[in-house]
Design a protein around this ligand. Structure first.
Ligand code: DGJ
Length: 725
C-alpha cells in the first residue's frame, strides 16, 4: 500500500514537473523557434528549425536528444548569464550595484502581442531571483517572410548603478550534427568576399571595432548551414545579421555536446555600460531567417522582408542618375556641371548627382586633404551656389542630388579650427587620420545639431533638392569624446547620436531618397537601411568584380537597394557594364561626351528598356541560376510574384579558351504549367541576337532542361526577357 502510494505521488510530481514546463513556440510560416521555461530556472532554447505539424510535439523534442551532460543545466539557455554555473560564452555579464558579479535570469512570464496579421512580438520577462535586475527577450516574427528579429531589454531595478560588461541582442542554441559557416571579409574595393568553413569546437568571432565604416573588414551578415553546406536550392541554412551601424560581435561557439551557440550583439569591446537605477538598455535587433530549401529561399525571405518592412520606401520607386565623381573628381566648376546636367538629359536618366568637391572656401575642397566640414558652396567653383545648379537641372527637366559627408572633418578646415572639441581624438596624443580626416563626435548633442543642420540647410535653401548621397569614409581612431562623461559609452553613444540625427532628418524629410555610402559598402546594415533608400556596394565598379560582389550582397539585400553605376572601371564593353548595372538600381558615372555614337545610342535605349523592366528587377524574386564562383557563366533571374515576367542576366566570367554556355542553364521558380516566350533585350546597335524569340517553352522544360543564352566570347553579356503567354 505504502509502495503504491509512493509510486503514485512520484508519478504526480513527474506530471506536475512536465506541466510546470511552459513551451513557447514562436512560429513563422515555415519555421519555429521553440523555447521552454519554468519559473524555477532560465528559459531554454529547444529548437530552431522547420515547424512541426502538431504544436504538442514540441514538448517531446528535448527528450529525443541523448548527447550527454552539460554539467550546468545552462548550455541551452535562451539568454546565457555568467557568474554562476555557466561554463561557456555568456550573452550577458554584469556587476551589480553591490559589486557582485553573478547573474541568474529565471523565467517570470511571457506574452504575445499581435501588431498585424503578419507581425507579432513574443516577449519573455526574466528576473534574477536574488538581484533586482530584469531582462525582457523579444522575438518579433514576420510570419510570411520567415524572418525573426530578436532583441533584449535590460532593466536595472537595483538601488545603484549596474555595470553591463556584455549585453547581447540574441542567443541561439542549435542542436547537433555539424555546422558550416559562410562569413565575409573585405577592404576598400573588395567588399563581400565569402569564405566557408566547417565550424570546429571552440569559438569563432565575427566582429568589428572600427566604430564608423564598421563593415570595412567584415560585415555582420553570415550564414550557418546545418549538417552539410547548403547550396542554392538544397540544405538547411540560417542567415543572421545584426541591424546595427557600429561595432558588432557575433560569437559562434561549438560546445562539447556538438551544439552551436550563436550570440550576437553590440561589441562589448571598450564598451562597459553603466546602467543607472530604472534605466533600460535596449539592444539593437539581431535578424535571422531559416530555410530548409537552400540559400535561395533564405535570400528571398530576407529580401522580401527588407522591401516590406525595413528599407525606406522598399516598395517605392528610385531615380536613375548620372554621377560626376569619376567623370570629374574634384575638378569642376559651374560651367562644367551645366554641361553634365545637359548630358543627364541627353542620356535619359532622372537625375544629376553632384559628388564631393562643391564646398569650402578658406580651405577649398579641391582634393581629399582639406575643406571637409565647411559646407558652404565654394565660391570659385560655384559662384551662384547650389541653387543655380538646381535651377539648371529643372530647366533641363531632370532632378538634382548632392553628396555630403556630414559626420567627418578635415583637420584643415574652418570647422576644425572653430570646434576642435567636436572631433573624436585623444587630446594628449598625436592625431591619426583615415583618408586625411577625422570623425566628428556624434555623442555630443551640439554636433548632432550641426550634422542635422548640414542636411536641413541644404533643403531649406533648395527645397527642390531631390536626393542625398551620405558618405562616411573614415573609421574611428583614438575613440574619445571631449564632452562625454563616461568614455566607455563612447562607441554606443556615437551610434545613438547618428540614429538620432537620421530620425530627425526622416521626421522632417520622410521620403527624400538617400544613398548610404561609406567609401563603398562600409556601412551596409539593416540598422542604417531604415533611413536610406539604397546603398553603395563598393567603389569597385569593374563589372566583372561587381558580378561576384552583387551576387553575395543579393543573399542579404534586395536589388532595389543596390546602387550599381556604369563607370570606366574594367575592360568590358559598355553593354556588359550597363547590363551589370541594371541588376539593381542603375546609374552612370561616365563622361557622356566620350561615348561613341553607338555606345551612346545603346545607353539611351538601355535606359528606356530599364524603365520598362525595373519593376521586375526591384520587386521580383531573385533566383541564382549559375554561380560565377563555380561556372564560366553567371546567370541570375528576377521573376515577378505571379511568375509571368522574368529578366535573366547572363555573363561570361572566364577568359579561357572556348568557354561559354555549353550547357543549358536550368531556370527556377517558374510555373511549370505556364508557357513562356524568351527574347533577348539590350542588344547592341547593329548586333543580331542569336536567340530565336518565336519559340515557346513550358516552365517545366525550362526548369528541368533549361535554356541556353548562347553566351560565348563574342556574346559575353546576354540579357533575356521571359514572358508567360
Ligand atoms: C567615397 C565614395 O565611395 C565615392 O563614391 C565618392 O563619393 C568619394 N567618396 C568622394 O570623396
Amino acid at each position: 500500500m505504502k509502495l503504491s502510494f509512493t509510486l503514485f505521488s512520484g508519478l504526480m510530481l513527474c506530471l506536475l514537473e512536465v506541466k510546470s514546463q511552459t513551451v513557447i513556440p514562436i512560429e513563422t510560416k515555415q519555421n519555429a523557434i521553440v523555447l521552454q521555461a519554468d519559473t524555477k530556472t532560465s528559459v531554454k532554447m529547444v529548437y530552431y528549425g522547420p515547424k512541426l505539424a502538431a504544436q504538442g510535439d514540441y514538448a517531446n523534442i528535448l527528450s529525443s536528444y541523448k548527447q550527454g551532460s552539460d554539467y550546468t543545466g545552462l548550455n541551452d539557455d535562451a539568454y546565457t548569464t555568467s557568474g554562476t554555473r555557466n561554463l561557456f560564452e555568456p550573452a550577458i555579464t554584469v556587476t551589480h550595484a553591490d559589486g557582485n558579479n553573478s547573474l541568474d535570469l529565471h523565467y517570470v512570464t511571457h506574452s504575445v502581442k499581435k501588431e498585424s496579421d503578419n507581425v507579432s512580438i513574443t516577449s519573455i520577462v526574466l528576473k534574477d531571483p536574488v538581484y533586482n535586475l530584469e531582462t525582457t527577450l523579444y522575438y518579433k516574427v514576420y510570419y510570411n517572410e520567415n524572418v525573426v528579429e530578436q532583441w533584449s531589454e535590460i532593466k536595472n531595478n537595483e538601488k545603484g548603478n549596474v555595470t553591463l560588461h556584455k549585453f547581447a541582442s540574441a542567443n541561439l542554441y542549435l542542436r547537433g550534427g555539424s555546422f558550416y559557416l559562410t562569413q565575409y571579409h573585405g577592404d576598400w574595393a573588395k567588399e563581400m568576399q565569402p569564405e566557408e568553413t566547417k565550424i570546429t569546437h571552440g569559438i569563432k568571432t565575427l566582429d568589428s571595432k572600427l566604430g564608423t565604416r564598421a563593415n570595412l573588414f567584415q560585415p555582420s551578415v553570415f550564414m550557418v548551414s546545418m549538417d552539410k553546406p547548403a547550396t542554392e536550392n538544397e540544405g538547411t541554412v540560417l542567415y543572421g545579421t545584426l541591424a546595427y551601424s557600429g561595432n558588432f560581435r557575433t560569437d559562434l561557439e561549438l560546445d562539447h555536446l556538438d551544439n552551436l551557440r550563436i550570440i550576437s550583439g553590440i561589441n562589448n569591446y571598450a564598451s562597459e555600460y553603466s546602467l543607472k537605477p530604472n534605466e533600460v538598455f535596449t539592444t539593437p535587433a539581431f535578424l535571422t531567417t531559416l530555410s530548409t530549401t537552400g540559400k535561395g529561399t533564405a535570400s528571398r525571405n530576407l529580401q522580401a522582408w527588407a522591401r516590406n518592412y525595413r528599407l525606406l520606401d522598399g516598395k517605392g520607386t528610385r531615380l536613375t542618375l548620372l554621377n560626376n565623381w569619376e567623370a570629374t573628381y574634384f575638378d569642376f566648376d559651374e560651367n562644367k556641371l551645366f554641361g553634365l546636367i545637359k548630358d543627364t538629359k541627353k542620356l535619359g536618366v532622372d537625375m544629376f548627382l553632384l559628388d564631393d568637391g562643391w564646398f569650402a572656401n578658406k580651405y577649398p575642397r579641391n582634393g581629399d586633404v582639406a575643406g571637409l566640414g565647411d559646407w558652404d558652396e565654394n565660391k570659385k567653383k560655384l559662384p551662384n551656389g547650389i541653387s543655380s545648379l538646381v535651377k539648371e537641372a529643372k530647366n533641363n527637366d531632370v532632378k538634382f542630388g548632392i553628396w555630403i559627408e556630414p559626420e567627418m572633418v578635415n583637420p584643415k578646415s574652418e570647422l576644425y579650427e572653430k570646434h576642435p572639441d567636436w572631433v573624436v581624438k585623444e587630446a594628449k596624443r598625436e592625431e591619426f587620420y583615415f583618408r586625411n580626416q577625422l570623425v566628428l563626435d556624434l555623442t555630443n548633442p551640439k554636433v548632432q545639431d550641426f550634422v542635422f543642420g548640414v542636411v536641413d540647410d541644404l533643403f531649406t535653401k533648395n527645397p527642390e533638392l531631390a536626393y542625398i548621397k551620405w558618405d562616411c569614409n573614415a573609421v574611428i581612431y583614438n575613440a574619445h569624446s571631449a564632452t562625454l562623461k563616461n568614455q566607455s559609452h563612447f562607441y554606443i553613444e556615437y551610434v545613438r547620436g547618428l540614429y538620432k540625427v537620421l530620425e530627425r532628418i526622416r521626421k522632417k524629410y520622410p521620403t527624400v531618397p538617400m544613398m548610404l555610402c561609406s567609401g563603398g559598402g562600409g556601412r551596409v546594415d539593416y540598422g542604417a537601411l531604415q533611413y536610406f533608400t539604397e546603398f553603395w556596394p563598393s567603389d569597385n565598379t569593374d563589372p566583372l568584380e561587381r558580378i561576384f560582389m552583387q551576387w553575395e550582397y543579393s543573399y542579404f539585400y534586395p536589388a532595389i537597394s543596390s546602387s550599381n553605376h556604369v563607370t570606366d572601371w574594367g575592360k568590358q564593353p559598355i553593354k556588359f557594364r550597363t547590363d551589370v548595372a541594371m541588376m539593381g538600381k542603375m546609374g552612370f558615372d561616365i563622361v557622356v561626351g566620350h561615348l561613341s555614337p553607338n555606345d551612346l545610342a545603346f545607353c539611351q535605349d538601355a535606359i528606356k528598356t530599364y524603365n520598362q523592366v525595373k519593376p521586375v528587377i526591384w520587386q521580383g524574386d531573385q533566383y541564382r541560376l549559375s554561380n560565377p564562383r563555380e561556372n564560366s557563366v553567371a546567370s541570375m533571374l528576377y521573376l515577378t510574384e505571379d511568375k509571368k515576367t522574368g529578366i535573366v542576366f547572363n555573363y561570361l566570367v572566364s577568359n579561357r579558351y572556348a568557354e561559354g554556355s555549353k550547357l543549358p542553364i536550368r531556370f527556377n521558380g517558374l510555373d511549370a504549367a505556364k508557357k513562356y516566350k524568351i527574347s533577348e533585350i539590350n542588344v547592341y546597335p547593329g548586333a543580331k541576337s542569336s536567340i530565336d524569340n518565336s519559340k515557346i517553352y513550358t516552365g517545366d522544360f525550362l526548369m528541368k532542361i533549361g535554356f541556353n543564352p548562347d553566351v560565348n566570347q563574342s556574346r559575353t553579356s546576354v540579357v533575356l526577357k521571359i514572358e508567360a503567354q
